[in-house]
Design a protein around this ligand. Structure first.
Ligand code: TYM
Length: 326
């Protein structure tokens, strides 16, 4: 292994459903690119998913599937550590310690909590406390950089606030992590033009089957501009999604035809589907290979848990000593 003392990179993804292209471009692709730049730790946030998933079998299946899909997309277990959140139970201890300094007002301002309530989720203590557990996730590995989509920005700011609060109260314990958000892909739109999200039902999955994926792409919401008329490029979900997959020239070509008129939305959607499908073809192949090796995922996760525990143990010793637990 190379010397990885420089930068520690950490991120997590909830196994609350199947991964979609918003997850891919917002977090997975940047995270995969960063695995060459330091020690990367990526985890399947199953403790977090308990706030919404109530079926144990579904949670277990989704967790494995997230591991499979992340590996298929290019996470390299020789370079990065992949593990299950719940394989490092010490993180819940740190969350408790952080919660004792976390101001109620800070948590009450969390957008994500308010959004979830607005969508009808029950106001549980776990849901409210989610940002504290997320802060523990990050701080327990002395993380420097956290690649995420824009929707997680506030959570990282809260993590920094909690780290500062702990440092002011107990002396220097934690590093202050930074969010790494890619401006071009910070919020990938779903088929209705809103942020793509499993819970909004507007997702296009990374490894959906061909028929379903085509159907999702063909259902992208557009205005009713007739075929021959020029079309509005601004806020076009088709163009925005196409820009994720196409080369500069291909994108410029689509934009020209949008402005000129004479091509219907249906044709643009077919081009988008084609590009999207081709983009993920090598990853679908890799996924098949991984699936053929029955013990591969378990081995990766077991090794990941070992490394993650090593770091978490070290940091928790520092924390316990600082707060007076031992
Ligand atoms: P989650 O599981 O909702 O999403 C995983 C990652 O995907 C990003 N993402 C998007 N990016 C751009 N456009 C979209 N439409 C889009 N949808 C999702 C998210 O920003 C995220 O980076 N709380 C986190 C999981 C988590 C975590 C952590 C992350 C738990 N602990 C510690 C970082 C560090 C979440 O629910 O992500």
């Amino acid at each position: 292994m190379t010397d990885k003392t420089t930068m520690r990179i950490l991120s997590g993804i909830q196994p609350s459903g199947v991964l979609h292209i918003g997850n891919y471009f917002g977090m997975m692709r940047p995270a995969i690119a960063l695995q060459a730049e330091g020690e990367a730790l990526y985890f399947i946030a199953d403790y977090h998913a308990l706030t919404s998933v109530r079926d144990p079998e579904v949670l277990r299946t989704n967790s494995r599937r997230v591991a499979l899909d992340f590996l298929a997309c290019g996470l390299d277990p020789q370079r990065a550590t992949l593990f299950r959140h719940s394989d490092v139970p010490q993180v819940t201890e740190l969350a408790w310690i952080l919660s004792t300094v976390a101001p109620m007002g800070l948590l009450e301002r969390a957008h994500s909590y308010k959004d979830k309530l607005a969508r009808g989720m029950a106001a549980t203590v776990g849901l409210f406390n989610y940002p504290v557990l997320m802060a523990a996730d990050i701080l327990i590995y002395d993380s420097d950089v956290v690649p995420v989509g824009k929707d997680q920005k506030q959570h990282i700011e809260m993590t920094r606030d909690l780290a500062v609060k702990m440092n002011e109260t107990f002396g220097q314990i934690f590093k202050l992590p930074e969010a790494r958000i890619q401006p071009a892909t910070e919020t990938v739109p779903g088929i209705d033009g809103q942020k793509m999200s499993k819970s909004y039902g507007n997702n296009i999955d990374i490894f959906g089957d061909e028929k379903e994926t085509r159907k999702r792409v063909m259902s992208i919401v557009t205005d009713s501009t007739p075929i021959e008329a020029p079309k509005d490029l601004e806020r076009s979900t088709i163009v925005e999604l196409y820009s994720l997959f196409a080369s500069k020239d291909e994108l410029a070509n689509m934009c020209d035809r949008f402005k000129k008129g004479g091509t219907g939305y249906g044709d643009f959607k077919k081009e988008l589907f084609q590009k999207l499908w081709e983009y993920f073809t090598p990853m679908r192949k890799r996924r098949e290979e991984i699936l053929r090796d029955k013990s591969y995922i378990d081995n990766v996760l077991a090794r990941g848990a070992e490394r993650a525990n090593e770091i978490a143990h070290e940091v928790m010793q520092r924390v316990r000593k600082a707060v007076g637990l031992r």
